[in-house]
Design a protein around this ligand. Structure first.
Ligand code: ZN
Ligand code: ZN
Length: 428
């Protein structure tokens, strides 16, 4: 029997700022799974709980989203732990961290030198490659969420843990579904972002989106699709290249730089040849001349930010909103404090004095597994599972997921719904 301690530093009863510090009993240093940030309603960053950097043998970073990597450079203010991640996670993560430093620098206690040190101490791994540090060994497989995202399999002195990070269990245009490795898992640490909901079948949502775009184009309108720059933008240009091969699709915002990173790491893609083709028919917006050209004619524009919180999407919205022939199709999660949520609810953005006459619609193209996909992960490992820790979800979502998982794994498995700052003591 190997006992491990898991300190929940963030992501307990909330989406984001993931941080889980694992230490096996009797072991010297511990192993950190993710160290991210999230944001309060005013857009100020919130950091996870503290861990002494010298106590961290290594950190495994599941993927490049700021809610998983945004606090990692902190670890390099006073120490130099090994940072295990894939190459796309490091490259996209660096892009997002730099953007974060630019926008929120005032609130952040690390600087360029810590980011540099993180890069220096990064050990870039391929899927399936095992790395050992102290009493720990770690390996990642594809999580299907964004390029380079990993399911993290951690062995802590003989206690086997699977940490899902953010996971998608269906195949998408750019990525295969999450790859569940055949091994026995004692403790499953699982995200629950959509623990209370089921996504409609992806192909139906995509069909509806394509039909809606077709209608707008037929009517001589322009379609704006605000999209997250990582993952969603690349999904959309792939979908649009397949469905509208004759149409010019403009791509604007940080999604351009991220697309370049996708191209530079082609072997992490499901179908590199197809993605290259999709990019070759996509028109990258290179400046104001292009930007004006994009909205002044009927066509399709994919641009960040996905929740209309900023970026060129906001510029396009102002230009296109007044004409009922145009459309704004939202395809990303819209937090309740976002302009995207406001226009879907009320058809206006009060802070901008903007009334939207263009067609408005939301499509569910999530990059997270729905409840059924999450339950299937627990089902897959049920023969060996002793503990399930449900994190990265609101209360509703994790409670609902816990009920559903309980009905699949039976009563002998411990299910935990920890809050931040809680320490779990887990046995195998
Ligand atoms: Zn996340
Ligand atoms: Zn994510």
């Amino acid at each position: 029997m190997v006992r491990v301690f898991v300190d929940v530093l963030g992501g307990g009863g909330e989406v984001g700022r993931a941080g889980f510090f694992v230490r096996c009993e009797g072991c010297g240093r511990g192993f950190l799974l993710d160290y991210g940030v999230n944001f309060d309603e005013e857009g100020r960053p919130r950091f996870p709980g503290h861990v002494r950097p010298i106590d961290v043998a290594a950190v495994a970073v599941s993927h490049a989203h700021l809610d998983h990597i945004g606090a990692v450079p902190f670890l390099y203010v006073s120490a130099a732990p090994l940072a295990v991640m894939t190459r796309p996670t490091l490259e996209i993560g660096e892009l997002l961290i730099r953007d974060f430093m630019k926008l929120s620098g005032y609130y952040i206690d690390y600087e360029e030198s810590e980011l540099y040190s993180m890069k220096e101490h990064s050990l870039l791994v391929d899927y399936g490659e095992e790395v050992s540090v102290d009493e720990y060994s770690v390996m990642m497989t594809s999580a299907g969420h964004i390029l380079g995202s990993g399911l993290t399999y951690l062995d802590a002195g003989g206690h086997s843990i699977l940490y899902t990070g953010d996971v998608n269990t269906i195949q998408t245009w750019t990525l295969g579904r999450a790859e569940l490795w055949p091994r026995s898992v004692d403790t499953l640490i699982i995200e629950s972002t959509y623990g209370s909901s089921l996504h409609p079948p992806r192909h139906l949502t995509e069909k509806k989106l394509a039909e809606a775009i077709e209608e707008v184009l037929d009517g001589g309108g322009t379609v704006l699709i605000p999209a997250f720059s990582v993952g969603r933008s690349q999904e959309l240009i792939s979908l649009l290249a397949a469905e509208f091969p004759a149409e010019t699709v403009f791509l604007d915002g940080m999604g351009r730089a991220v697309t370049d990173i996708y191209l530079a790491n082609k072997r992490f893609l499901r179908d590199p040849g197809f993605f290259e083709k999709a990019v070759s028919v996509t028109r990258f917006v290179r400046g104001w001349e292009d930007r004006r050209r994009a909205w002044r004619r009927p066509g399709i524009i994919v641009s960040s930010a996905g929740m209309l919180k900023g970026g060129p999407a906001l510029y396009y919205l102002k230009k296109l909103a007044g004409n009922p022939r145009n459309a704004v199709f939202l395809v990303s999660y819209q937090s309740v404090d976002s302009p995207g949520h406001e226009i879907l609810e009320k058809g206006v953005v009060e802070s901008l004095g903007l009334e939207v006459k263009a067609r408005l619609q939301w499509f569910d193209l999530s990059s997270h597994a729905g409840r059924d996909g999450l339950v299937n992960i627990a089902r897959h490992y049920r023969a060996s599972l002793k503990n399930i820790v449900i994190i990265h979800g609101e209360d509703d979502a994790r409670t609902r997921l816990a009920e559903e998982i309980r009905s699949v794994v039976g009563d002998d498995v411990n299910i935990y719904l920890p809050m931040n700052e809680e320490r779990l003591i887990l046995e195998n």
